[in-house]
Design a protein around this ligand. Structure first.
Ligand code: UT7
Length: 332
């Protein structure tokens, strides 16, 4: 059975840079607080109402196609990870498909928030190994800036998130030893309300009320400390599962790309795994938390900076809303 290789990557963020300082226009916050607690220095936000997640995804996908020297028509499946689809339904995947002119091929949405890209990788990997599809476009794309509470209550979450998209083109490889070695997925719904958007869903009647808008129920909420505590345990755990499943140790790792939710979380993960700083790639400083897009954006940056070379061992790990968490081991 072939393995799945990452043929190429790409990413795209909106043109509009928003610094920490600029956020003080809406919220009682400071550059110092945001940097100290999260490491974030800036993020990119869309031109609101003019750019959607699928637009960012299309740009990221075109870049990945160009780097692979492929025509979009060679893609035979789209896997689209997002928590911020352009519309409640249909999912974002079909809008990306339309923008790329790919009518007829399947487009599946993955709704696993920060873990969405790794969940999507697992699905795509299984399809490629069994031969069901041979050129899968896997995307993580988010637009958060249109769903943030710009009132005083919104500062906790508002300062954290950025907009962006990352893409990877996946295909089979017969080159023994290379490709996706394993993926491991986990979830525990007991933590669902710790980080969620508790309104506008099918459980509500009416789904959306004037009161929801007035009380701010339409915005996401998070118990930050609780999420933090779980993230620093679950991500290292999932990395250890990935290493053990492949008979490898921390010393074998060339690069870890962890979900970019908080630089402090990733520093703790690095320490808990006994890794050195140069074994871990972080870029939250520039992009903020782009949920499903953080890993493919970081992966593409790492490739462009020459931090990933053929044969390197790359470990991906993520934790987020659900709770869900996941890891992947990839021989680049
Ligand atoms: O991507 C999905 C997964 N998400 C995560 O993994 C995020 C996990 N959580 C975190 O990263 C951190 O909990 C945060 C960065 C979100 C918050 O940091 P914290 O150290 O846990 O702060 P806190 O929420 O406990 O708040 C500390 C103080 C509070 O004030 P008092 O009660 O001490 O007076 C907050 O009201 O900081 C205040 N605060 C702020 N101050 C300035 C909260 N948000 C802000 C803000 N600017 N934006």
């Amino acid at each position: 059975m072939p393995r799945t290789e990452i043929i190429s990557t790409g990413f795209h963020v909106p043109a509009n840079v928003v610094t920490n300082e600029e956020l003080t226009e809406w919220w009682d916050t400071s550059d110092e607080w945001i940097r100290e607690r999260t490491g974030i220095e800036q993020r990119y936000w869309v031109d609101k109402g003019k750019e959607a997640g699928s637009d960012l995804a299309a740009e990221a996908s075109r870049q990945a196609l160009e780097r692979a020297d492929m025509d979009a028509s060679e893609i035979d499946c789209i896997v689209y990870a997002t928590l911020s689809p352009d519309y409640y339904f249909p999912g974002g995947g079909v809008f990306l498909q339309r923008k790329l002119g790919l009518a007829g091929i399947p487009a599946i949405d993955i709704r696993n928030q920060c873990t969405g890209f790794v969940y999507g990788l697992s699905v795509a990997d299984a399809w490629i190994r069994t031969g069901q599809y041979s050129r899968i476009l896997l995307v993580g794309a988010e637009v958060h800036s249109t769903g943030i509470d710009y009132g005083p209550e919104g500062r906790d979450l508002g300062v954290l998130f950025g907009d962006g998209a990352g893409a990877a083109i996946l295909g089979p490889t017969e080159d023994d030893g290379r490709g996706v070695l394993s993926t491991h997925l986990f979830a525990d719904g007991k933590g669902a309300e710790k980080l969620w958007l508790g309104a506008e869903g099918g459980a509500d009647y009416p789904r959306l009320s004037k009161e929801d808008v007035e009380t701010g129920r339409i915005y996401p909420t998070m118990e930050g400390r609780e999420v933090f505590k779980n993230a620093v345990v679950r991500m290292p755990e999932s990395v250890m599962v990935a290493l053990e499943a492949n008979g490898l140790g921390a010393e074998d790792v060339d690069l870890v790309i962890a979900h970019q939710a908080n630089l402090r979380i990733n520093e703790m993960v690095t320490r808990r795994l006994g890794l050195s700083d140069d074994q871990v790639y972080n870029n939250i400083q520039q992009y903020g938390n782009t949920t499903a897009a953080t890993i493919p954006i970081a992966m593409d940056e790492a490739v462009q900076k020459g931090l990933l070379e053929r044969g390197d061992l790359l470990i991906l790990t993520a934790f987020g809303s659900g709770f869900t968490w996941a890891s992947a081991a990839i021989r680049w």
